[in-house]
Design a protein around this ligand. Structure first.
Ligand code: KIV
Ligand code: NA
Length: 264
């Protein structure tokens, strides 16, 4: 089977099919998820919290995003690879967004970019699309704006639902190939999906979106601390790695490792 392209995601929406998306930040996870058939890999600016140890997604730089992007694209053979435009790399102007996206595609070798924001960014999305940069739009809870939004909170409740629909329609009309929604009520996500001909992706947005996305360390149980309601853990990687490290340490201390078979 060939490479996943944006038109395959569009085809999924048309045919009532679903697709899966996971974050990836390095070569091996990209290979593993790609070979497992995950259709879209996201080099998320969540690398800021999930790899670099920052408290939020705000500190990560475009240079750092390019390093992660290059690692992921080196590991992925089939998946569509999307990279986040990090905070501060696209807000000033369409020109700034194009310059940052060109670097992600030229140096990071990603296939598309994602940016956070509503209808205000429609002109930016149009300019990127004209420049040959496929854009995924990210609405609802947008982590780069967490200080504006007052923390991690569900967006688009009640009367605010219509605003999200209008944002999504404006972004899609400007050329976005997909609209991602984070932490919105299922009913709102359903209304957004119904208003669009392009596919949608959800995280904490219920089951009516075309695709679903999770942060891989959440999905695989690598992280500690409070787990969001929208996360499902499919493995306990933290325990697996911890047990391996403990056993290795024990064998080194007791002289069991290295054995004859590991010795020249
Ligand atoms: O950076 C990220 O991981 C994301 C998703 C979870 C949507 O933007
Ligand atoms: Na992100």
């Amino acid at each position: 089977t060939g490479k996943i392209r944006t038109h395959h995601l569009q085809g999924a929406k048309l045919n009532g099919q679903k697709f899966a998306m996971l974050t990836a930040y390095d070569q091996y996870t990209a290979q593993i998820f790609d070979e497992a058939g995950i259709e879209v890999l996201l080099v998320g600016d969540s690398a800021s919290n999930n790899v670099l140890g920052n408290e939020t997604s705000l500190p990560i730089t475009l240079d750092e995003m390019i390093i992660f992007s290059r690692a992921v694209t080196s590991g992925a053979k089939r998946a569509l690879v999307v990279a986040d435009l990090p905070f501060g790399s696209y807000e000033q102007s369409a020109e700034q967004a194009i310059a940052s996206s060109v670097r992600l595609m030229k140096e990071g070798l990603v296939h598309a970019v994602k940016l956070e924001g509503g209808a205000y960014y429609a002109p930016t999305v149009r300019a990127l699309t004209q420049a040959g940069v496929p854009v995924m739009a990210h609405i609802g809870f947008t982590p780069q704006s967490e200080h504006m939004l007052g923390g991690y909170r569900v967006q688009g409740r009640g009367d605010a639902a219509q605003g999200l629909v209008e944002d999504a329609v404006a972004l899609a009309n400007a050329g976005a190939f997909c609209v991602l929604m984070e932490m919105v009520p299922a009913s709102t996500a359903e209304a957004v999906d119904a208003a669009l001909t392009v596919p949608t992706v959800g995280i904490g947005a219920g089951k009516s979106t075309t695709g679903q996305v999770l942060v891989w360390q959440d999905m695989a149980g690598l992280r500690t601390g409070k787990i969001a309601k929208f996360v499902k853990q499919y493995a306990s990687l933290r325990t697996v790695l911890s047990d391996a490290a403990k056993e290795y340490g024990q064998e080194v201390r007791t002289g069991v490792f290295p054995g004859a078979e590991h010795t020249f």
